[in-house]
Design a protein around this ligand. Structure first.
Ligand code: ADP
Ligand code: MG
Length: 351
């Protein structure tokens, strides 16, 4: 489905490990004041002065987390950075550096890694983070990418998962379910392509959800927005596994219950129409489909006036006593217990 734009294939063995690292990192620029030393020594040196440092790592494995049949390498590089920056923003912190480690088999030419690093460099530039190191090694099969993101925050600003109070409001950014449905469309087109490689699929009615899957954007704007609105969330998490499992994380760690209102869950029209097409319930998609990389947080009731007019933020429920449990209040006004089911459970349902 993805055409090979770059027919040139330079074997990685021609460059050797050090030549490769030099080649891939030559377009990366250092812009952060806190970066004293980036790529090129035994370790990077960072200085956060009086700020606290936040660190988060994710590992992406070919065949488990991504399928190169429909994921362009540039997008993969971009997304690998995004999923990590999202964790930093979920701490209400500012992301400042990343390290990128890759393991590749000899099936990848230099040009493939150049594409991957184009995406990494683009993400670093747009999100204003420095790539300060990493590791490069070979794998016997497939590609593995690990990104570590580093950020800074003053201690008072950091938001954990465990601070939600009994009557706090539950708020989510953006809209949900798109990334999961984008994946369903891509998987379907991959099967069609296997049968007839000349078939050019018309995917114009799915552009938003495919973009949500292939090119997610971490919510860098939200910590800044919250500061501007003078709202400090009581708890926060990013939506990587699906709304239901993230709500349960906050509830467990904060020792509270929750009522989530089905009719409040923000859905893009493409999510609604594509759910219908795939005969999926759009609420289930939002609850269990992951990878939206939106932020989910709780605020004190008294802060409601400060956020209510904001188009990026939707109040979707409120917290309750722990003994009340965690429930979805449906459009028909019945209460259904929410269980932690990530996208795995959803794909099992399908089979
Ligand atoms: P070491 O032998 O100490 O692990 P390397 O030769 O692997 O050192 O790395 C040299 C420098 O290049 C280090 O600064 C390291 O962080 C950086 N580096 C290695 N691989 C990558 C990569 N894939 N992306 C970015 N920087 C890298
Ligand atoms: Mg190394």
């Amino acid at each position: 489905m993805i055409e090979d734009k770059n027919p040139q294939r330079t074997s990685l063995s021609e460059l050797g490990e050090f030549g490769l690292i030099e080649h891939l990192s030559k377009n990366l620029k250092i812009t952060q004041e806190s970066t004293l030393k980036g790529i090129g020594d035994d370790a990077a040196v960072l200085d956060f002065k009086d700020k606290k440092t936040v660190v988060s790592t994710d590992l992406l494995v070919e065949g488990v987390h991504f399928d190169l049949a429909y994921v362009p390498l540039k997008h993969l590089g971009y997304k690998a950075v995004m999923v990590n920056l999202s964790d930093i923003y979920a701490m209400n912190a500012k992301a400042t550096q990343v390290t990128v480690s890759i393991a590749v088999s000899n099936r990848f030419p230099l040009e493939a890694l150049e594409e991957l690093y184009e995406g990494i460099a683009l993400a670093a530039k747009i999100y204003n983070v420095d790539v300060v190191g990493g590791d490069t090694t070979s794998s016997t099969r497939g590609m593995i990418i690990s990104v570590t993101a580093i950020g800074e925050a003053v201690e008072e600003d950091i938001v954990y998962r465990n601070g939600a109070g009994t009557n706090d409001l539950l708020v989510v950014t953006g809209d949900l379910g798109g990334a999961y449905l984008g994946l369903q469309v891509l998987e379907r087109e991959k099967e069609v392509f296997k049968v007839n490689p000349n078939n050019q699929p018309d995917i114009s009615m799915y552009t938003y959800i495919i973009e949500r899957q292939l090119k997610p954007e971490a919510r860098k704007d939200i910590p800044a927005l919250l500061k501007e609105l003078e709202v400090k969330p009581t708890a926060m998490i990013d939506v990587s596994d699906g709304l239901s499992s993230e709500i349960i994380h906050i509830c467990k760690q904060s020792k509270v219950g929750c009522n989530l209102y089905e009719d409040k869950i923000p859905l893009d029209p493409q999510v609604i129409s594509t759910s219908e097409e795939f005969e999926l319930n759009s609420t289930t998609v939002a609850l269990s489909g992951g990878e939206d990389y939106e932020l989910l947080f709780t605020i004190k009731q008294e802060d409601y006036p400060k956020i209510k007019a904001n188009p990026h933020l939707t109040v979707i429920g409120h917290m309750a006593q722990e003994s009340e449990g965690v429930h979805l209040v449906t459009r028909a006004n019945t209460k259904i217990p929410i269980t932690a089911r990530g996208w795995n459970a959803l794909s099992e349902e399908k089979e």
